[in-house]
Each structure stands twice: as structure tokens, then as C-alpha cells.
Design a protein around this ligand. Structure first.
Ligand code: F3S
Length: 404
């Protein structure tokens, strides 16, 4: 790779061992994708997970004296202070949670602990080159905002935060951003849940292709939350990091523009029955439940407002824990606007800084959960808790009745 004098200095250790390690990783990444050079970036998002690998990498850089040139926003780990009042974790799990916060603070990250940066705390401009990890955040900034990011890992995004550069390959090039498959959609998704199921269905066929969604009927433009769910699920059942919706996303004013003049590799039809069949295929059937879990990706203020309306005057069943994962600022807005009181009075709890895929939730494992998110189902089932997947209003009914 062609490196600038400054990049060579970083690679040779002139800025310390931590920066050197970060640059070594980026050069290795760039070489493996035949990148000719680096490009500067001014935004990154690090999908820290509170798990050993990425905390180890961050500590390694900190011990080598590195700090962030471009302070990244960060994904959630878990609320070590709040959730240990409710649930037991082992000493080593707690220690890892505390260390994660400590090393990311030391390296100079912006500790947002939220997985929806593109909706508020870290919003790139159209055409801006960035380095975003988090499988739901990357398609959002690429497709919806028109920024340019590869599907970074937490390690490569943190390396970019430290060095201020990322290898120039993949989605940074205009020529690689054109659609490669057509999705011909007869179905009419009507809320974020439907958009999520649609995304899960498309992702199964897309793999890492760039789907171009073309709707036969679209009454309303999708909301940011609906687009977030679409991308999150395409990146769960597939590894989609970029997509287009004809007439909606900024690089797809027409189908021809979305495909950059090329022909699609194939066409995937989506009929209304496909969404129902997809739900039935991935959801458990039902029964008594011990948990309703929403907020994967993190609920926004607007979603909390909708939840408050549904919970008004209701009471969550005594055998059910109802948790909603969200951001600290959405909780504050809900508090100021009076919705937090309604939500908490019903027996539902909000928690910030927390991901569904963490040890703090293990006491529910073995029981049945309910969620509106296939991504939540996917990760929680790997830890031993099966889930029924339903839209928000049905999740609330299940929470009140204690079964679904
Ligand atoms: Fe967010 Fe964790 Fe889900 S990072 S998208 S709550 S898996």
C-alpha cells in the first residue's frame, strides 16, 4: 500500500506501540482487500460488545499509549450498576463489564453505549467516508444517509478511531455501491415490525449482495425506525451492509440509478404471504412467558412514546419481566415528556447502555421470551432462550397476560 509519511511514522512505531498496532491492523486489512491507500475519516462507531475479544484489543492499544484521534461513539455493553440490582452475574462477568467501560474511557471514546448512532449521536453526511461497525448501523449510514463505510469490525473501527484513517476499498468506491439483486415487493409493510420481517426474508437470499427494493405499492415513506429494522434484519439473516429502495434512499432516485446501469444477478419476488411464512418459520409457537424484551436495535423516543400509549392503564403480569433497551437520551426525553411514568407504572422498565446479548439476562434462559425483533431472537436463542416474535402491540398483550 502507498502510505503517507505520517501513516508510515505510525506504522513504524513513531507514535507509540498502541498506534503502531492499530496501523498494523489497518494495513493488513487494506492489503487483504487490495486497497492502494488509506483515506482520512472524521467519524467512527465501535461495536464494542463487552466480550473478551474487543475489550482485550482496546486494552492493548491503551497500554501502548494510544488515544483516539477521532473519538468514536460506542455500542452498548450492559448497565453494570443498574442491572446487578436485579440479576446475578459472576464476578468475572462483572469485572469484564467494568473493564470494558474503563478501557474505552481511557482511549477517549464517546461513551454513548447505544447501537443506533446514525439516528442521533453520530450522523454522517451524504458521501462522507466513515468507519462504522455494528451490523445494524452500517447499512443505515450507507443506504439511508448515503455515507460510505465498509462493514467494519469493532477492532478495525477502533483502529480507525486511533489513526484517523481507513483503507480505501469496497463501499468507499462509487463503482461498488450499485445494486446486484432486485427485490420486487408486492407486500405492504405497515410498521417497523413488518419492515424487520421483510429484512430478515431478504437477507436470507441476499448474503452480502446489494439488494434494490422496488415496491409495487408504497403509501408512506418508511420512518427512520422502519429503515433501521430493515437493515438490522438483512444483516442478521444475511450480511447486507448496503441496499437501495427505489424512490426513497438517496442513491436510488430510479431503479436504473440504483443498479448503476448494470443488470441484476437475479430477482427476488416478495408476496404478502412471504412475510407471514417468515414469521412462522423463525418464531416459537407460544406458551407461558418469563420475559418481554424490546429494543434490539435500541428503541428511539418515538418508539417509547408508542409503547407508553399501549401500556396506558395496563399492568404487566407478575410472572413477566418487561425490559426495553434504549439510549440514555431517549429515556430522558421520555421522562420529560411524561411517558416514562406511564411505562413504569405499568411495570415495564427501560434500561440504557445495554445489549440483549449479555450475561445479565441469563436468569431468563430456559424460559420463553417475546420480542418484536428477529435479531434479538437470533442472539438470545444462541444463549438458551427461545422467543416468540410478534409486533409491538402483541408483545404488550403478552406481557399483560403472561402468555402468548
Ligand atoms: Fe443493539 Fe445488541 Fe441488538 S448492539 S442491535 S441490542 S444485538
Amino acid at each position: 500500500m502507498q502510505l503517507t509519511d505520517e501513516e508510515k511514522r505510525m506504522l513504524d512505531g513513531g507514535s507509540g506501540r498502541g498506534v503502531q498496532r492499530a496501523m498494523e491492523l489497518l494495513v493488513a486489512l487494506g492489503k487483504s482487500f487490495d486497497a492502494e491507500r488509506m483515506i482520512p475519516i472524521l467519524r467512527t462507531h465501535v461495536a464494542l460488545s463487552g466480550q473478551e475479544g474487543d475489550t482485550y484489543w482496546c486494552r492493548l492499544l491503551v497500554e501502548g499509549g494510544a488515544t483516539c484521534k477521532v473519538p468514536p461513539t460506542t455500542n452498548p455493553s450492559w448497565d453494570v450498576k443498574g442491572l446487578t440490582k436485579h440479576y446475578e452475574v459472576t464476578e468475572s462477568e462483572l469485572e469484564l463489564g467494568l473493564q470494558t467501560i474503563e478501557v474505552y474511557r481511557k482511549i477517549g471514546a464517546k461513551l454513548t453505549f447505544c447501537c443506533t448512532p446514525g439516528l442521533g449521536t453520530n450522523v454522517p453526511a451524504f458521501g462522507e467516508h466513515v468507519a462504522f461497525s455494528e451490523s445494524s448501523a452500517t447499512p443505515y449510514v450507507n443506504a439511508v444517509l448515503g455515507a460510505r463505510s465498509n462493514r467494519e469490525s469493532s477492532c478495525s473501527a477502533l483502529a480507525s478511531a486511533v489513526t484517523g484513517v481507513t483503507p480505501l476499498y469496497g463501499y468507499h468506491f462509487e463503482s461498488n455501491r450499485g445494486g446486484t439483486m432486485l427485490v420486487d415487493i408486492e407486500a405492504r409493510p405497515k410498521d417497523a415490525y413488518d419492515w424487520g420481517i421483510l429484512g430478515y426474508f431478504i437477507g436470507r437470499f441476499a448474503g452480502s449482495r446489494i439488494p434494490v427494493l422496488s415496491f409495487r405499492h408504497m403509501e408512506n415513506r418508511p420512518t427512520p425506525e422502519e429503515l433501521l429494522y430493515l437493515g438490522a434484519e438483512m444483516a442478521t439473516s444475511g450480511s447486507v451492509a448496503m441496499y437501495h429502495i427505489v424512490g426513497v434512499t438517496p442513491e436510488a432516485p430510479t431503479a436504473a440509478a440504483a443498479f448503476r446501469g448494470k443488470a441484476p444477478e437475479f430477482t427476488l419476488p416478495v408476496l404478502p404471504r412471504h412475510l407471514k411464512e417468515q414469521e412462522e418459520q423463525i418464531s416459537e409457537k407460544g406458551g407461558r412467558i418469563n420475559l418481554v424484551m424490546l429494543g434490539c436495535p435500541h428503541y428511539t423516543y418515538d418508539q417509547l412514546r408508542e409503547l407508553a400509549c399501549l401500556l396506558e392503564g395496563r399492568t404487566v403480569h407478575r410472572d413477566v419481566a418487561f425490559w426495553v433497551l434504549t439510549s440514555f437520551d431517549a429515556i430522558e426525553l421520555a421522562r420529560r415528556s411524561g411517558h416514562l411514568e406511564t411505562i413504569e407504572r405499568a411495570g415495564c422498565r427501560l434500561v440504557a447502555d445495554t445489549c440483549i446479548d449479555e450475561p445479565c439476562w441469563k436468569s431468563f434462559e430456559g424460559g420463553l421470551g417475546v420480542t418484536d425483533s428477529p435479531k434479538c431472537m437470533y442472539y438470545r436463542e444462541r444463549r438458551g432462550q427461545p422467543f416468540v416474535i410478534r409486533r409491538l402491540s402483541d408483545c404488550v398483550e403478552a406481557a399483560v397476560r403472561g402468555e402468548i
